[in-house]
Design a protein around this ligand. Structure first.
Ligand code: 4NP
Length: 155
């Protein structure tokens, strides 16, 4: 499985999602490739937000080596599943992908927990550390659902 996590900046939410899912997949002995990207270009090349790094580290996950990149249309071909954090990300992924857009591969991450409700992982960019902990918990819960769905024998 190749899974791509997408948010706006690839600096707060999707780096956490990449780190959390890769961590859980490795623990479950699954040979999954997890990556992340942003629909915007504001932070290309930057490491994740300090608070995303801190909250991940408090949960035993090192995301400090990640570097932000922008989502490109060919990501639609290279990945089996593309999870976005909110509906704006979904529209931007659709726009960037153009004719390569594949709706069957693309979904809001929280739809793995609450199907068809299109709930968002809120953007913590202007918020405090508490919001990053809440985002971590939401993403972690969704990643458990993904592992359970695609590799039910592993947990
Ligand atoms: P993210 O958060 O999409 O979770 O990485 C954001 C990071 C940066 C900005 C917006 C959202 N920004 O406007 O620079």
């Amino acid at each position: 499985m190749k899974i791509l996590m997408v948010c706006l900046g690839n600096i707060c939410r999707s780096p956490l999602a990449e780190g959390i899912l890769q961590h859980k997949a490795t623990l479950a002995k699954l040979n999954w490739c997890v990556d992340s990207a942003g629909t915007g270009n504001y932070h290309i090349g930057e490491a994740p937000h300090t608070l995303s790094q801190k909250v991940a580290a408090l949960n035993g996950i090192d995301i400090s080596k990640q570097k932000a990149r922008q989502f490109v249309a060919t990501d639609m071909l290279h990945f089996d599943k593309i999870y976005v954090m909110d509906s704006e990300n979904y529209q931007n992924v659709k726009k960037i992908s153009g004719s390569l857009f594949d709706a069957s591969k693309t979904n809001l991450l929280l739809n793995e927990v609450t199907p068809n409700q299109n709930k968002s992982v809120p953007d913590p960019w202007y918020d405090t550390e508490k919001a990053y902990h809440e985002v971590f918990a939401m993403i972690s819960n969704a990643c458990d659902a993904i592992i359970n769905k695609y590799a039910p024998q592993s947990i």
